[in-house]
Design a binder for this molecule. Sequence first.
Ligand SMILES: Cc1ncc(COP(=O)(O)O)c(C=O)c1O
Length: 361
Amino acid sequence: MEPGLLLIPGPVPLPRQVREELAKPAAPHYGDAWVKAHSETGEMMRYIWSAPDAHVFPIAGPGHAALEAIGYTFLRPGDRIVVVSNGFFGDRTHEVLLTHRVKADLVSSAWGSAPDLAALRTALKTPAKAVVVVHNETSTGVTNSLDPIVEAAHAADAFVIVDAVSSLGGLPLPFAKLGIDAGFSASQKCIAAPAGIAPVAVSRSLWESTDPKSVEGWYLNLYTWDRYEREWGDWHPTPTTISSNLFYAFHRALKLLREEGLEARFARHAKVAARLRAGLAELGFKPVGPSAILSNTVGCFTPPPGVDPARLVRRLKDEHDIYISGGLGPLRGKTIRVGTMGTQADPESIDWLLKAVRASV
Ligand SMILES: Cc1ncc(COP(=O)(O)O)c(C=O)c1O
């Protein structure tokens, strides 16, 4: 049975044109049509990252695969890095990169609050190779301002890795203008494609300052992806078999995004998120973060006294066919989370949800 209204913080409902790509017969993962779609996908990824000069890769895998690809390609065992965390995904990034045998120091602040910039600056007094930060913390519905983090990192000669999983294509993220060095996202959020492709962007300076021979591994080595694009680009530009349905669906979703235009898309996300916040505020729900840093792609709210969030999530599903999420980590059993990403950033969907919440509290 298909869910009625999928308002979890990703995956999001797929547009009709994207679903049509998934229903087509399997096609080869090489040849003229593939080369054309691959090249257009590269151009569109540079567009959504606002990074005309970046190296971009459509890594077949979830967002975590792209984090690991960046880790394996640009970090080495023993490197010191600083991970900025104010939520579940910041902590997860730390956990993942620790397994890469780097020395990953954590600069944490309370879930729902902004990153601790003073602690970051102090941590950067000791040399670090990179600073890693989540742009939009999906666990708390907070968007982290990247400018001061990039500035502090670069002032300390560290490069910056940004997790843009729940922001790319939904929130302004001027990769080149901000001077971000490496970023990754995932197809199933603001891009509104099926899960399974992780768009990666790498700045020219980080790319050129790394010795490809120093990178271990093959699939998650971005220089392997680059080599296939350069050497096999006229017929088979990706190193392995990618599901053609998935790839063409991703390509179609990017085309829809480009037709809408980034600015219009950001404005749509902002408008719908404001509608959600206003509607829930009327019902006594409070966002977890302070108003200045609330996310326009994911909302995380504490219900009014007497409303059990887990029960509300269940009732919305059982009685209204609407899927939202509960809290993660310390917010489990205390909050609800609602996605307003891609296709979810639609006023009618939010009105449908608000009506159902009104009937359930
Ligand atoms: C901010 C953030 N980072 C990373 C991830 C992990 O993405 P994936 O499940 O595609 O690996 C998520 C997933 O929700 C996320 O919201």
